[in-house]
Write a new protein. Structure first.
Length: 138
Protein backbone atom coordinates (compact mmCIF):
# COMPACT_ATOMS: atom_id res chain seq x y z
CA UNK A 1 0.00 0.00 0.00
CA UNK A 2 2.71 2.45 0.95
CA UNK A 3 4.58 1.53 -2.22
CA UNK A 4 1.84 3.14 -4.29
CA UNK A 5 2.04 6.34 -2.27
CA UNK A 6 5.79 6.43 -2.79
CA UNK A 7 5.40 5.78 -6.51
CA UNK A 8 2.90 8.60 -7.11
CA UNK A 9 5.46 11.45 -6.84
CA UNK A 10 7.82 9.54 -9.12
CA UNK A 11 5.06 9.14 -11.71
CA UNK A 12 4.15 12.82 -11.43
CA UNK A 13 7.80 13.80 -11.89
CA UNK A 14 7.94 11.56 -14.96
CA UNK A 15 4.93 13.29 -16.49
CA UNK A 16 6.47 16.71 -15.82
CA UNK A 17 9.78 15.60 -17.37
CA UNK A 18 8.02 14.31 -20.50
CA UNK A 19 6.07 17.56 -20.78
CA UNK A 20 9.26 19.62 -20.56
CA UNK A 21 10.95 17.41 -23.15
CA UNK A 22 8.03 17.83 -25.52
CA UNK A 23 8.25 21.61 -25.25
CA UNK A 24 11.95 21.71 -26.13
CA UNK A 25 12.28 19.32 -29.04
CA UNK A 26 9.47 17.24 -30.43
CA UNK A 27 11.41 14.54 -32.32
CA UNK A 28 13.99 13.85 -29.61
CA UNK A 29 11.28 13.86 -26.96
CA UNK A 30 9.31 11.32 -28.92
CA UNK A 31 12.26 8.92 -29.02
CA UNK A 32 12.98 9.45 -25.32
CA UNK A 33 9.33 8.79 -24.50
CA UNK A 34 9.20 5.61 -26.60
CA UNK A 35 12.43 4.40 -24.98
CA UNK A 36 11.12 5.10 -21.49
CA UNK A 37 7.87 3.30 -22.31
CA UNK A 38 9.82 0.27 -23.50
CA UNK A 39 11.88 0.23 -20.29
CA UNK A 40 8.74 0.55 -18.16
CA UNK A 41 7.04 -2.25 -20.09
CA UNK A 42 9.98 -4.59 -19.49
CA UNK A 43 10.14 -3.61 -15.81
CA UNK A 44 6.41 -4.16 -15.33
CA UNK A 45 6.67 -7.57 -17.00
CA UNK A 46 9.51 -8.57 -14.67
CA UNK A 47 7.62 -7.40 -11.58
CA UNK A 48 4.47 -9.20 -12.70
CA UNK A 49 6.40 -12.41 -13.33
CA UNK A 50 8.01 -12.22 -9.89
CA UNK A 51 4.69 -11.46 -8.21
CA UNK A 52 2.89 -14.36 -9.88
CA UNK A 53 5.76 -16.76 -9.30
CA UNK A 54 5.63 -16.52 -5.49
CA UNK A 55 2.61 -18.82 -4.94
CA UNK A 56 3.97 -20.49 -1.78
CA UNK A 57 4.67 -17.17 -0.12
CA UNK A 58 1.14 -16.00 -0.88
CA UNK A 59 -0.44 -19.09 0.70
CA UNK A 60 1.43 -18.49 3.97
CA UNK A 61 0.16 -14.96 4.46
CA UNK A 62 -3.61 -15.23 4.12
CA UNK A 63 -4.36 -12.58 6.74
CA UNK A 64 -2.01 -10.06 5.17
CA UNK A 65 -3.60 -10.69 1.79
CA UNK A 66 -7.10 -10.09 3.15
CA UNK A 67 -6.23 -6.67 4.51
CA UNK A 68 -4.43 -5.81 1.26
CA UNK A 69 -7.37 -6.79 -0.90
CA UNK A 70 -9.84 -4.81 1.20
CA UNK A 71 -7.67 -1.71 1.03
CA UNK A 72 -7.28 -2.20 -2.72
CA UNK A 73 -11.06 -2.41 -3.05
CA UNK A 74 -11.45 0.84 -1.11
CA UNK A 75 -8.85 2.58 -3.26
CA UNK A 76 -10.64 1.27 -6.35
CA UNK A 77 -13.92 2.66 -5.03
CA UNK A 78 -12.30 6.05 -4.45
CA UNK A 79 -10.86 6.05 -7.97
CA UNK A 80 -14.25 5.08 -9.42
CA UNK A 81 -16.02 7.93 -7.63
CA UNK A 82 -13.31 10.47 -8.46
CA UNK A 83 -13.15 9.51 -12.13
CA UNK A 84 -16.91 9.45 -12.52
CA UNK A 85 -17.42 12.83 -10.88
CA UNK A 86 -14.66 14.44 -12.92
CA UNK A 87 -16.16 12.99 -16.10
CA UNK A 88 -19.64 14.11 -15.09
CA UNK A 89 -18.44 17.62 -14.35
CA UNK A 90 -16.82 17.90 -17.77
CA UNK A 91 -19.95 16.54 -19.45
CA UNK A 92 -22.26 18.86 -17.52
CA UNK A 93 -20.04 21.84 -18.33
CA UNK A 94 -20.39 21.28 -22.07
CA UNK A 95 -24.02 20.15 -22.13
CA UNK A 96 -25.09 22.84 -19.67
CA UNK A 97 -23.50 25.58 -21.74
CA UNK A 98 -25.11 24.22 -24.90
CA UNK A 99 -28.47 23.88 -23.13
CA UNK A 100 -28.37 27.49 -21.95
CA UNK A 101 -27.46 28.67 -25.43
CA UNK A 102 -30.36 26.70 -26.91
CA UNK A 103 -32.77 27.95 -24.24
CA UNK A 104 -31.86 31.57 -24.91
CA UNK A 105 -33.00 31.15 -28.52
CA UNK A 106 -35.89 28.71 -28.03
CA UNK A 107 -37.30 28.53 -24.47
CA UNK A 108 -39.61 25.65 -25.40
CA UNK A 109 -36.59 23.30 -25.49
CA UNK A 110 -36.30 23.35 -21.69
CA UNK A 111 -37.46 19.76 -21.18
CA UNK A 112 -35.15 18.29 -23.79
CA UNK A 113 -32.18 20.31 -22.56
CA UNK A 114 -32.66 19.18 -18.96
CA UNK A 115 -32.89 15.53 -20.04
CA UNK A 116 -29.53 15.82 -21.80
CA UNK A 117 -27.93 17.50 -18.77
CA UNK A 118 -29.45 14.80 -16.56
CA UNK A 119 -27.91 12.10 -18.72
CA UNK A 120 -24.54 13.72 -18.17
CA UNK A 121 -25.17 13.62 -14.42
CA UNK A 122 -25.86 9.90 -14.71
CA UNK A 123 -22.14 9.31 -15.20
CA UNK A 124 -21.52 10.26 -11.56
CA UNK A 125 -24.27 7.92 -10.42
CA UNK A 126 -22.65 5.04 -12.29
CA UNK A 127 -19.40 5.75 -10.45
CA UNK A 128 -21.22 5.66 -7.13
CA UNK A 129 -22.83 2.33 -8.02
CA UNK A 130 -19.43 0.84 -8.88
CA UNK A 131 -18.02 2.18 -5.60
CA UNK A 132 -20.87 0.63 -3.60
CA UNK A 133 -20.26 -2.73 -5.30
CA UNK A 134 -16.54 -2.54 -4.55
CA UNK A 135 -17.09 -1.55 -0.93
CA UNK A 136 -19.51 -4.47 -0.58
CA UNK A 137 -16.79 -6.85 -1.76
CA UNK A 138 -14.17 -5.41 0.66
Amino acid sequence: MSTWFLALPVIAAGFVAVRLLLRRSRRAALWWTVGADAVLLVAATVVLTLALGGGAAQAASVTAQDSGSSSAALIGAAIAVAGATIGASIAVAYTGAAALAALSERPELFGRAMVIVGLAEGIAIYGLVVAIILIGKA
